[in-house]
Design a protein. Structure first.
Ligand SMILES: C[S@@+](CC[C@H](N)C(=O)[O-])C[C@H]1O[C@@H](n2cnc3c(N)ncnc32)[C@H](O)[C@@H]1O
Length: 248
């Protein structure tokens, strides 16, 4: 076995053990195809530096799926996800591959990113379950096509938690959950987020700290649920959630 293939296999096994889930041959081929496409497109446009070996398998694939390890045990269940600020497709495309009965909307304001996302969805055969939208979260969250329409609204590395909460909560249906991916997470941030969520008629359901394999650090996930309908004034107009963040 070549060193590259051996390293790849070791990385795979470690992350699937961690997830207590393993991809089918088809899903594994889709992950590998995604990695190849990222490498190819990276030569034309700067998408991400996390494409090789463990960077891809742990920092991208495992990091995207580990917070959903409970959902991964029930892949037969069909859910609607929206990934806000999807960038080059994480966590959204990883979720679409891993959850074969779910529909995923990938939203990003950058058309450079959404052009790539559309192309990848087609190439790996997921375009029937993936919808790609080029729009700001603040606009999409007011659009009746998207508002109150998702079981999960998710964001990784988009903005601070209180800002992201204003982007995500308007997309949730009455039983929906928002998942905010954070590296470090402090009591001070939690207090600010709680105040922001009170404005949005939502609350923290739980926070969970995961340790990524291969010394990739800590991933905190904040799970949020709605208490009541999100007030119609949220999300505020483009740029306002960031300039005048809720929670202070
Ligand atoms: C740092 S990247 C993270 C991408 C990906 N989620 C990841 O973790 O690799 C942030 C992305 O969010 C998008 N973004 C930031 N604010 C946004 C907004 N208000 N509406 C839509 N997209 C936004 C940017 O265009 C960018 O692609």
């Amino acid at each position: 076995m070549s060193t590259d293939k051996k390293n790849r296999t070791v990385s795979h096994l470690m992350i699937w053990n961690e997830l207590k889930w393993a991809p089918s041959e088809k899903q594994l081929a889709q992950f590998i195809h995604l990695q190849e496409l990222l490498k190819e497109w990276n030569k034309k446009i700067n998408l991400t530096r996390l494409v090789d070996g463990d960077d891809f398998w742990t920092a991208q694939v495992c990091d995207s799926l580990l917070p959903l390890y409970e959902e991964l045990q029930h892949p037969e269940v069909s859910h609607k996800y929206i990934d806000i600020g999807s960038g080059c497709g994480f966590p959204g495309i990883a979720i679409a591959i891993a959850m074969p009965n779910s529909d995923i909307t990938l939203l990003d304001s950058s058309s450079k990113k959404t052009t790539f996302l559309k192309e990848v969805s087609k190439e790996i055969g997921l375009d029937s379950r993936i919808k790609v939208v080029t729009e700001r979260a603040e606009e999409a969250g007011r659009n009746p096509i998207f508002r109150s329409n998702f079981d999960y609204a998710i964001a990784r590395a988009v903005a601070s938690a209180n800002v992201v909460a204003e982007y995500l909560v308007p997309f949730l249906n009455s039983t929906g959950q928002a998942l905010i991916f954070k590296g470090s997470w402090s009591e001070a941030e939690q207090q600010i987020l709680k105040k922001a969520l009170a404005e949005l008629n939502a609350e923290i359901q739980r926070t969970h700290e995961f340790i990524l394999p291969n010394n990739r650090g800590i991933r905190n996930i904040i799970r949020i649920s709605s208490i009541n309908k999100c007030p119609h004034q949220y999300p505020r107009s483009i740029g306002k959630p960031k300039k005048q963040p809720l929670g202070y």
